[in-house]
Design a protein around this ligand. Structure first.
Ligand SMILES: NC(=O)c1ccc[n+]([C@@H]2O[C@H](COP(=O)([O-])OP(=O)(O)OC[C@H]3O[C@@H](n4cnc5c(N)ncnc54)[C@H](OP(=O)(O)O)[C@@H]3O)[C@@H](O)[C@H]2O)c1
Length: 336
């Protein structure tokens, strides 16, 4: 085991404040595991934290990255649920194991994964899928679980239902793949016809270019014989919720997930009431649902959509790519 390791840090603001450092490999305490990180997947929020749109939790340098896959290399005392060498991913919501979130659950984003080794509470780790690489496994804890929780765990998606997915980023491409694998009809929106073609190749039934059709909800209504969709994943916030509301069917469900446009929501209350729409807030998901997703990935042979893999030393370029808007996921490879 090396004594020191490479780690990326972000100084208080901006991509130019990225700094690679050499620090001591941490030691796991009681109830903890030391994980050799093999891959870190980026999310919208990683960039938002660099840009300062989401305030970082600390004023000094932070170690970015919340989604990691790796293997257990050392265990602290009292850990019996893990083995050395086991491939793992970790849960984003610390302390939320199943059911409703407990009052003490920490909903602040996990940080600190963009390093060669990390110490993680053993209870936060879940066995990785056996059918995909660490690169693919690293995409599950946030993007994969968010889509799974909205559609399957809480949404109770059934074959034959219609799902509207907005955009082709990380959460959205998982939603396309999972909904299609469950036998749903998926309508996806995008700014790009090329991305729509790729989404259709991955299981979507129809695509709506939302530049050519800013009133994309009208196309959804045409495609659903005026009824609207059973599920809409709201990814943009702001006035987009009005469109999602128009696109959802009577008694349908809008999962509130993203704030790509606006962190406030605006929509007419009367329409929500008359349509008896469920507005469901999604904040990633709990540990048991991540275990269910891992099983589903293995069973369905689902291959997460990875737009590009970057070497560890190129992490700032990976953040740039994430900011431009990936098709699926951007992942940083630490396997060397
Ligand atoms: N609630 C939760 O648990 C949770 C979990 C994860 C992420 N999120 C949130 O969900 C959102 C997406 O996250 P992500 O990591 O999947 O992002 P991402 O991978 O960066 O997705 C970016 C893509 O979203 C699409 N997009 C951008 N603006 C849009 C708009 N106004 N309307 C529809 N689509 C738009 C674009 O796709 P096209 O180019 O194809 O249009 C863009 O490429 C973010 O706001 C993030 O904070 C929430």
């Amino acid at each position: 085991m090396p004594l020191t390791m490479k780690q990326w840090q972000i100084l208080p603001a901006g991509l130019d404040r990225f700094r690679q450092t050499q620090v001591a490999v941490p030691t796991p305490g009681p109830g903890e595991a030391l994980v050799r990180v093999r891959a870190v997947a980026l999310n919208y929020r990683d960039v938002a934290m660099v840009d300062g749109t989401i305030p970082p939790p600390a004023s000094g340098p932070i170690v970015p990255g919340s989604d990691a896959a790796g293997e257990v290399v050392a265990l602290g005392s009292g850990v019996t649920c893990l083995r050395i060498g086991e491939a793992v991913i970790d849960v984003d919501n610390i302390g939320w194991f199943d059911g409703p979130p407990p009052a003490h659950a920490n909903s602040a984003p996990v940080l600190g994964r963009l390093a060669e080794f990390v110490v993680v509470p053993a209870a936060q780790l879940v066995r990785a899928p056996t059918t995909v690489s660490a690169i693919s496994a690293s995409t599950l804890p946030v993007a994969g679980l968010t889509a799974w929780f909205a559609l399957v765990e809480e949404g109770r998606l059934r074959a034959g239902q219609t799902v509207v997915v907005q955009g082709t980023g990380g959460v959205s491409m998982f939603a396309v793949q999972l909904a299609a694998a469950h036998g749903a009809r998926v309508i996806v929106t995008s700014t790009s016809d090329t991305k729509l073609e790729r989404a259709i190749a991955l299981g979507a039934s129809a695509g709506v270019n939302r530049v050519a059709n800013p009133e994309w909800e009208q196309v959804v209504l045409e495609l659903t014989e005026g009824l609207g969709a059973d599920h809409v994943l709201e990814m943009a916030g702001g006035d987009n919720l009005r469109r999602s509301l128009a696109a959802v069917k009577l008694g349908g469900r809008i999962s509130l997930i993203g704030l790509l446009d606006d962190a406030e929501l605006r929509a007419p209350m009367l329409e929500i009431l008359f349509k008896r729409v469920t507005l469901a807030a999604i904040a990633v998901g709990h540990r048991r649902a991540l275990q269910d997703l891992v099983q589903a990935v293995d069973q369905l042979r689902l291959e997460p959509v990875v737009d590009r893999v970057y070497a560890f030393d190129d992490a700032p370029l990976a953040f740039d790519h994430q900011r431009r808007g990936p098709f699926g996921k951007v992942v940083i490879d630490l396997s060397d």
